[in-house]
Design a protein around this ligand. Structure first.
Ligand code: ADP
Ligand code: ASP
Ligand code: MG
Length: 395
């Protein structure tokens, strides 16, 4: 029998009615004769609410304790889905990340999966049970509970699909696949029916939330096909995005435009760089786009990956490093982007046209990214999408 991994995100299980619809869908997949592993996220905004609770108690919550707290969100969902499946006459069992054999490093709040030992899942599948797994969590070699970074249930799903040699990994959310831009920001965004892993990884790393960047990287390395679908869409022919190896690529050109509002831009004198690196390492703050000319340096912080930003910002300030949080990152993603200056010129023109200007800009063949005032991030994203991804109106 073939194994299918289905992952349901927070919006798909936001309340009991929706959770019941997920159980219906899982039940029908099982009755079609597949072995089914279901990965679930915390219900709705639960993870944000748990984080807010911790921050109300203390602004310096230990990362280990945050992981103990945050892992509860997914545990709630897994048990409720298993109960809902029992109520539908299916034999189901729920497992936490550690029971599922998801072994991670010990970087709390932003752990990486090192190994998956899904023995218990395999045993239960062979008994004919549906297995429900709490996404976003694992266990370190020190036997501590860890979480995989925001959006990490996608990573759980892909890692399990690889470990179980699943036929497919289906990711269900509130959108019917991947678009040329976030459809919430860009009304004219176009649906992409097929996409290669590298392009989607570039989009995810630029901050497109639709799929977690590590999940896509995992899928690329393990050659797992991802089917991104909308939870309620059950009719045959419903739209989806298939992300797979060898998906036809456009030889060059722009594929998508991505905006990320959750960044901070660090700047300091060259002499403070080593102290900053030490502080960032100690506070587990990842630094991106770090560059220096010796006299000064700058770096970008992806804020979603930082458990305790106010504390880190304080540590950086003590090193003489400033943090600008009023900026957003806009990225044009594609291939062969530096072959001509057009894309870079368009980013500068777009920022000027909406009135913002560019604070910093980076180029690679696959991405051109710029920092713009946060208030202008969405307008610049829309401007660039209209420039590159929307067909010009017929004359
Ligand atoms: P889930 O909670 O199910 O994991 P997410 O909220 O993490 O779902 O991801 C789905 C959201 O991703 C959509 O609601 C959409 O607003 C956003 N998104 C951002 N960029 C894109 C894109 N390029 N294509 C589709 N959705 C996108
Ligand atoms: N619940 C976690 C989050 O909100 C993980 C996930 O949804 O994938 O980030
Ligand atoms: Mg997500």
């Amino acid at each position: 029998m073939s194994v299918i991994v289905q992952k349901y995100g927070g919006s798909s299980v936001a309340d009991l009615e929706r959770l019941g619809r997920v159980a219906d869908r899982v039940a029908s997949t099982r009755r079609e004769g597949h072995e089914v592993v279901v990965v679930v996220s915390a219900m709705g905004k639960t993870t944000d609410q748990l984080l807010a609770l911790a921050r109300e108690v203390s602004s310096e919550a230990p990362r280990r304790e945050l992981d103990m707290l945050l892992s509860v969100g997914e545990r709630t969902t897994m048990a409720l889905v298993a109960i809902a499946l029992h109520a539908r006459g299916l034999d189901a069992i729920s497992f936490t990340g550690s029971q599922s054999g998801i072994i991670t490093n010990d970087r709390h709040f932003d752990a990486r999966i090192i190994e998956v030992r899904p023995f218990r899942i395999e045993d239960e599948l062979s008994r004919g049970r549906v297995v429900i797994v709490a996404g976003y969590q694992g266990m370190s070699y020190r036997r501590e509970i860890t979480t995989l970074g925001r959006g990490g249930s996608d990573t759980t799903a892909v890692a399990l699909a690889a470990a179980l040699a699943a036929e497919r990994c289906e990711i269900y959310s509130d959108v019917d696949g991947v678009y040329t831009a976030d459809p919430r920001v860009v009304p004219g965004a176009r649906h992409l029916p097929e996409l290669g892993h590298p392009e989607l990884q570039e989009m995810a790393e630029a901050g497109a939330r639709v799929l977690n960047a590590e999940a896509v990287e995992f899928a690329r390395r393990q050659r797992i096909a991802i089917y991104a679908r909308k939870t309620g869409d059950r009719h045959p022919g419903a739209r989806e995005t298939v992300v797979r190896e060898g998906a036809p690529r456009e030889a060059s050109g722009v594929r998508a435009v991505v905006g990320d509002a959750q960044v901070a831009w660090l700047r300091g004198p060259g002499g403070a760089l080593e102290a900053l690196l030490q502080a960032a390492d100690g506070a587990q703050v990842p630094l991106r786009e770090l560059h220096t000319d010796g006299r000064s340096f700058a770096a970008l912080v992806p804020l979603a990956r930082v458990s305790d930003w106010p504390r880190a910002r304080g540590l950086f300030a003590a090193c003489g490093v400033s943090a600008d949080e009023a900026l957003g990152l806009v990225s044009v993603v594609g291939d062969g982007l530096t072959r001509e200056g057009n894309v870079v010129a368009s980013v500068l023109a777009g920022a000027r046209a909406v009135g913002g200007g560019v604070e910093a800009l980076w180029t690679s063949p696959f991405r051109v990214s710029a920092l713009v005032p946060r208030a202008y991030l969405d307008p610049v994203t829309r401007w660039l999408h209209a420039r590159w991804c929307e067909a010009p109106a017929p004359a």
